[in-house]
Design a binder for this molecule. Structure first.
Ligand code: ATP
Length: 314
């Protein structure tokens, strides 16, 4: 379990992380989503004990990162951004080296090696030089390296950045598999990567957590009004005014006449759906509806609105 309370980090005058609080339970895969410079890496480095917080508290399995840094680091596997590897080493040698640092040698090393090779699908490359491996395999090697000591928690900073679409699907699958046994906290600046992999999404913007929940929770909390685009023959401004009088939940946004076809945009509150009433109105008033297309806010819109200036519900 990870528990972060009122955590802040300043780099001189730059307030990179501003009093954030959250919890992640065992067995969860949580995505940490934010634009470049939002504060993701800084937060992950503090949780893994590589940066000291300016303020606030980090507890990992009831240990405190300030007092128990080494004990916490034993329980965490960390894949940093850009996956630093000693590319001149063979894959096998690299794991041996990392395990040696953690005093995992002899039989325990052989067992650990067998485990990560199996988990990360590295059988075919174990004797290769790391420099000869593809980017997807290098990422697997980074993940395996983070897991050589069999940690309960995996912290992955942008684990699929720079991979091609097939490699992304592979690494996503691998992370999901690992997430069945471990707490996984992974960052990304790309919504689709996060959405396809995690149970819960936390969005960070300019050092603050601006959303925290499952995709469905975020959708219901942040979904704005629904826009309805219609193309109508036979209707005019007067009938639009009449509609508004009859259907107060429908707000008229705009209308444009293109070659005798009215292109009308309405808006209605989330939870409302006036399409049937509009259709009946059209029949009663001799309109022909050529097109009726609702545009519902999706998670992409929500992410964009939360991580750019302005309020989605404004
Ligand atoms: P990215 O996806 O680009 O890595 P991020 O969300 O991980 O971004 P951070 O790297 O945590 O964001 O950066 C947060 C803020 O802190 C940014 O404004 C960044 O410029 C600043 N920052 C990060 N590291 C340092 C540093 N060592 N010294 C000064 N400022 C820093």
């Amino acid at each position: 379990m990870i528990k972060v309370t009122d955590l802040s980090k300043d780099y001189g005058p730059v307030e990179a992380v501003k009093s954030i609080s959250f919890e992640i339970q065992d067995g969860e895969i949580v995505g940490f989503l934010g634009a470049n410079g939002a504060g993701k890496t800084t937060t992950l480095k503090m949780i893994t004990g590589y940066l000291v917080p300016t303020e606030g508290k980090i507890e990992v399995n009831d240990l405190n990162i300030i007092d128990d840094t080494h004990e916490i680091q034993k329980q965490i596997g960390y894949l940093p951004e850009l996956n630093p590897l000693y590319t001149e080493m063979r894959v096998y040698e690299y794991f041996e080296f990392l395990a040696g640092i953690r005093n995992i040698t002899g039989r325990p090393f052989k067992d650990a090696l067998a485990r990560v090779v199996e988990n990360c699908g590295l059988n075919g490359v174990i004797h290769k030089n790391i420099s000869e491996c593809s980017k997807g395999y290098k990422q697997r090697i980074g993940l395996a390296a983070a897991m050589i000591h069999d940690p309960k928690i995996l912290i992955l900073d942008e684990p699929v950045t720079g991979l091609d679409p097939n490699q992304i699907v592979e690494i996503r699958g691998l992370i999901k598999k690992l997430g069945k046994e471990k707490l996984v906290f992974m960052s990304s600046h790309i919504l689709q990567e996060i959405q396809a992999t995690v149970d819960r999404i936390m969005i960070i913007h300019e050092g603050e957590i601006v959303a925290n929940g499952t995709s469905d929770e975020l959708m219901s909390n942040f979904m704005g009004n629904v826009l309805l685009n219609m193309e109508i023959k036979g209707g005019g401004v007067e009938s639009i005014e009449h509609i508004q009088a009859k259907l107060p939940s429908v707000k008229f946004i705009s209308m444009e006449d293109l070659n005798g076809i009215q292109h009308v945009q309405f808006e209605y509150d989330k939870g409302q759906d006036p399409r049937e009433e509009l259709f009946r109105y059209a029949v009663d008033n001799n309109w022909s509806i050529l097109k009726m297309t609702p545009h519902t806010t999706n998670l992409e819109d929500i992410f964009r609105d939360l991580t750019t200036e302005g309020d989605i519900n404004a």
